[in-house]
Structures are given as C-alpha cells and as structure tokens.
Design a protein around this ligand. Structure first.
Ligand code: FMN
Length: 196
C-alpha cells in the first residue's frame, strides 16, 4: 500500500512556529510520512523565531529531510505519490514563484508538481499589508487549484496562549488535506456561544 505522504515546505516568512506545530501534529499521526523541505531563508527565520532546539526538533520529526537545492529528490516528480503539500509559512517570494511556475528550487518544484498532478496544495501565505501583486498571485494560484490559507487566527475558540493560536492554525491546515479520520481543529458548536 502507498504510504500517506505529506510534503511540508517551510519558507522565510514569519511564523516558523506554525510549521513546527504542523510537523509535530503530522508526526503524532503515526501513519504519515513527512517530507520536509526548508528554503535557505526558512533556516534563518526558524532559528530567529524559534531557536536552534526547535529547528532540531522539526528536522528530527520529519521522515525525510530534503535539501532545497536537490531538484532530483523524489518529491520533484509527479510519479511519487503524495496526499498533498502544505507550505507554512509561505513567503511572497515563494508565492510568486509558484504563481508563475518558476520552479527554481525543490520547494517550488514540489508545489508545481502538486498543482500539475491536481493534488492538494495549501499555502499559508504570510505578509501584511498586501499589495496588488500579492493579491493577484493569490488569485492565480487559486485558479490553478491551490488553497490560499493565510495564518489568520480564530478568536471564537477563545485562545489563551500564542500556542493555542498556532495549534489551531496548524490543525486547520492539516484538515485541508483530508488525511485524518476526524477533523484536527475543534469544531464550532452553537452551544459554545452560550457557554459564558
Ligand atoms: C525575520 C524575517 C521575517 C520575514 N517575514 C516575511 C514575511 O512575513 N513574509 C514574506 O513574504 N517575507 C518575509 N521575510 C523575507 C523573506 O525571508 C525573503 O523574501 C526571502 O527571500 C524568502 O525566500 P523563500 O521564499 O525562498 O523562503 C522575512 C525575513 C526575515 C529575516
């Protein structure tokens, strides 16, 4: 049987903690094979925002760590079956590369493969404010089949800590792939509104 493979791409946008939590959650789902690829800039932002220990943890939880310049890696080919790819966080540079089909490294190539194979591609695009080119690129990738999912926190679940926000974002991104037997993120229940 083909393993349940998920590609996680991490870029140099702010929000490295989200990618760490996505990898942690996927690692908890024992049957998932995690293919991790970090851009050069991601290595810098992960270290800056989360530290060396978190970086080590993320790399150690992955089933396969791919070098971003290894364009001959398995995930560079559509013949390698996967359940989908999450780019978290997704920089405007990587968004632009994906929107234009400019597969200049393994991360953007893997994203391109997911689009051409009509597989799930979730882009947690992170920048603010957005100019017209950012918005147009988001439209373009949406038209090509990607799911644009900026890391916008939900507050209806009354998060108490930054971790709660990060965890909910990670869970919602994984839910987009439809690989878990049940949704990872808490489901809104109307009675929650009356709880306080
Ligand atoms: C601390 C830090 C935070 C950054 N945050 C963002 C961001 O939120 N969004 C973004 O598009 N770029 C951000 N950048 C800039 C990107 O890292 C830069 O454009 C880089 O070329 C992206 O390359 P990549 O897409 O290959 O990772 C940030 C850079 C640094 C150093």
């Amino acid at each position: 049987m083909t393993p349940c493979r998920v590609v996680v791409g991490v870029t140099g946008a702010s929000g490295a903690g989200i990618s760490l939590r996505i990898v942690e959650r996927l690692a908890e789902m024992k049957s998932v094979e995690i293919h991790l690829v970090l851009s050069q800039s991601a290595r810098r932002t992960v270290l800056h925002e989360e530290g060396a220990q978190a970086m080590g943890r993320m790399l150690s939880l992955a089933s396969v760590n791919h070098a971003v310049d290894d364009i001959g890696a398995a995930i560079a080919s559509g013949s390698f079956p996967t359940k989908g790819m999450i780019v978290a966080p997704c920089s405007m540079r990587t968004l632009t590369a994906i929107a234009t089909g400019f597969s200049d490294n393994l991360l953007t190539r893997a994203a391109d493969v997911h689009l051409k194979e009509r597989r799930k591609l979730v882009l947690m695009t992170r920048e603010t404010p957005l100019h017209l080119i950012h918005l147009r690129n988001m439209c373009t990738v949406t038209e090509a089949g990607a799911i644009v999912m900026p890391p916008v926190p939900a507050f209806y679940n009354r998060p108490q800590r930054v971790f709660d926000i990060v965890d909910q974002l990670a869970a919602r991104a994984i839910d987009q792939l439809g690989i878990a037997p049940a949704p990872q993120a808490p489901i809104w229940q109307p009675h929650m509104e009356k709880a306080r």
